[in-house]
Design a protein around this ligand. Structure first.
Ligand SMILES: Nc1ncnc2c1ncn2[C@@H]1O[C@H](COP(=O)(O)OP(=O)(O)OP(=O)(O)O)[C@@H](O)[C@H]1O
Length: 318
């Protein structure tokens, strides 16, 4: 999964970047919506002034990351759709830190940059009522935003995108970045960890099949996630179990999800054995979620049809 947020000075192109994401079918969580909903919940009129007041009050009462925290359940919900979400409206470092803590390396911060003169030109064209009227005014607005710790957020951004060219050039850059992060398949692994089992060993069993997985253990349950299929795919070939794997994947398919059960004990020794639910030790329950990809292509990529035990045709990429 990936959570992508844009930061940048006023008029740099953040909203435009979110719009491009939306056009690509990527769900966008707008942080301002949380504020607007709170305004309505309090029975207030939906004006910029009320939104500003409620946002300040939320931050004073609940901390600088109040709005970010309230966005987390929404982000989690929307992640179900495509495994990727864009967050629009980050304003400060506290929010970035909260998202980093929640989502770890899956949270990607992108800084959108353009010089003051370019942004001022755009303000003149945009003519939004609250837009600046002079370059000096924009400079003051920049300084205000920067003093709200936007500067630190910009400093730790993972990627910087310059938006100094045409809108089409900007669109191409943003599309390329988002396409790069768009997962086609996500793998979720779940299993029970019994008190008699060694947690580290169970983790290792998962890592043997999915070395890049991020793993959490909570209340006797292990949850792991990754979007890398390569080791699992390689093992299917080394063990020459493509036919079995193919029928298990077909059997486990339900819409855009494919669920298989794997023997945990054999995974300890890097072997894939398909299992049944009533295995003595709880099996590894592996779910492949397919996003922008047909099941048939996924199937042919993972476990192609074989002749004399060899794949008839190998797909190099998903
Ligand atoms: N490369 C570009 N070429 C021309 N116009 C652009 C370009 N990028 C953005 N714009 C225009 O500049 C204006 C500001 O862009 P946008 O609203 O995306 O910025 P923003 O960072 O969200 O601004 P703010 O923080 O003030 O809300 C918009 O009218 C947008 O259409």
């Amino acid at each position: 999964m990936k959570i992508i947020a844009f930061v940048g000075l006023p008029l740099s192109g953040k909203t435009t970047a979110s719009r491009i994401a939306e056009e690509m079918g990527i769900p966008v969580v707008v942080m301002g919506d949380v504020v607007r909903e709170e305004v309505l919940r309090r029975g207030l009129e939906l004006t910029d002034e009320n939104a500003g007041r409620v946002a300040t009050e939320l931050r004073e009462k609940e901390g600088m990351d109040a709005i970010a925290k309230r966005c987390i359940p929404r982000i989690r919900e929307k992640l179900e759709e495509r495994g990727i979400v864009v967050v629009d409206g980050i304003r400060g470092i506290a929010e970035v830190e909260t998202f980093r803590k929640e989502f770890g390396d899956d949270f990607i911060l992108i800084n959108v940059e353009a010089p003051l003169e370019v942004r001022f030109e755009r303000a003149l064209k945009r003519k939004r009522e609250d837009d600046v009227k002079t370059p000096e005014e924009l400079k003051r607005r920049d300084e205000r935003e920067l003093s709200w710790s936007m500067r630190e957020a910009i400093k730790i951004a993972d990627i910087t995108v310059e938006n100094t060219g045409t809108i089409d050039e900007f669109e191409d850059k943003i599309r390329a970045i988002l396409t790069h992060f768009l997962p086609r398949v996500e793998v979720e692994i779940e299993t029970d960890v019994f008190p008699t089992e060694d947690e580290e060993k169970v983790k290792k069993a998962v890592k043997n099949l999915f070395p890049d997985a991020t793993i959490e253990i909570e209340d006797g349950k292990l949850y792991a996630r990754t979007s890398s299929l390569s080791r699992f795919r390689e093992l299917l070939r080394m063990q020459r179990i493509l036919d079995t794997a193919r029928s298990e994947l077909i059997r486990g398919r339900s819409g855009n999800r494919v669920k298989v059960l794997l023997n945990k004990q054999t995974a300890f020794v890097s072997r894939i054995n398909f299992a049944e639910e009533d295995a003595i030790l709880s099996p590894l329950r592996v779910t492949f979620r397919l996003y922008d990809i047909d099941f048939e292509r996924f199937l042919d990529y993972m476990a192609p049809e074989t002749r004399d035990g060899r794949p008839i045709r190998e797909l190099e990429r998903l």
